[in-house]
Design a protein around this ligand. Sequence first.
Ligand SMILES: *Cc1c(COP(=O)(O)O)cnc(C)c1O
Length: 398
Amino acid sequence: MQATTQLIHSIPVDPLTGAIAVPIYQTSTFVQEAPGVNKGYDYARTGNPTRAILESLIAQLEGGSTGAAFASGLAAIDAVVKLLQTGDEIIAVNDIYGGAYRLFEQVYAKFGITTHYVDTTNPDAVSHALTSKTRLIWIETPTNPTLKITDIRAIARIAKAHGCLLCVDNTFASPALQQPLLLGADLVVHSGTKYLGGHSDLIAGLVVTAEPELGQKIKFLQNASGAILAPFDSFLLIRGIETLHLRVRQHCASARAIAAFLENHPAVNKVYYPGLVKHPGHNVAAGQSKGFGGIVSFSLKEDTLAAATAFVTSTELFKLAESLGGIKSLVSHPAAMTHKTIPAEKRKAAGVTDSLIRLSAGLEDTEDLIDDLRQALDRLTIKAEIKSNSNKKQAILN
Ligand SMILES: *Cc1c(COP(=O)(O)O)cnc(C)c1O
């Protein structure tokens, strides 16, 4: 049976009523027959039937043993860091999601958990950064916004040999394309806000573990710290996951076509998409993912904040917003938005130049999306021509 069929039918029909959709158990507590005698649920922070269906669904999707649903992606990341103790060290991908960086540096550093940032696209750099205190290796692949690819199998081997955990933030690929636990990772985290939810209508996070014992530790932390996902949001996320494979197929097809279009446009400098053969991570991505994802980044020939601003404010279908992975296409300008607080030199060294633009291909018709990008790019070209003509005129007059 194919994964999609299996997935759809693993969501149980409600045994009580026959409801084909997952019921939303909007309750805080569960009546007990006698103290400690219950139907598997006692208090809804600890466990809720709607959330439980979501948790087993994500565990199945990632090929893991245990799933846990949280109030946001960052709450999920927070639970993984809480597996560590004071004095432990983390090795993390150097262009890590900004929120994870803030959590590691501004929350956990003061509790004595130190993070070293390395270029994990080079497994040797990870090996060199290991110390006797390293307990966790943290990677994202592809990364945001330059879509760098890390070899999950290679990093998993290093983690195993060193006896530390490997956690993969699988938000950008989604389990429809990439299943890190099957490649040797110990944990996967997701911002369910993005592709899993898929409709830009909720904030959610998920953790999945390969081993049940580690899963029990995450479940303990979920209950102990309490950042659980609410029943209605669990329902929405289940509903999103039901169409994940179908949506991701279309996101990938549009992104590929967009990357090819951008490559040939005279106003574009560089295109970042792992599906392009010349992308440095192309072969690794092809070896560990079923597709190259729905995100495309590119820089402009005119590498200025002004040119990027002109572009991102002249698309019509691509809405200017943070986030990604929804039905509607989004455009963002990292240097002025998500990466604004990073000093310019550091930001540029990571490839986030002034004109870098990130696109999240939605589910609109591919040709319509390309037409929208074309009209916005052509406007830039016309502006540049006018400017250069007026410069020439000025030079003659001078
Ligand atoms: C959005 C995102 C997060 C954080 O998730 P929230 O749901 O916003 O808390 C973590 N990692 C990646 C890669 C993300 O894109």
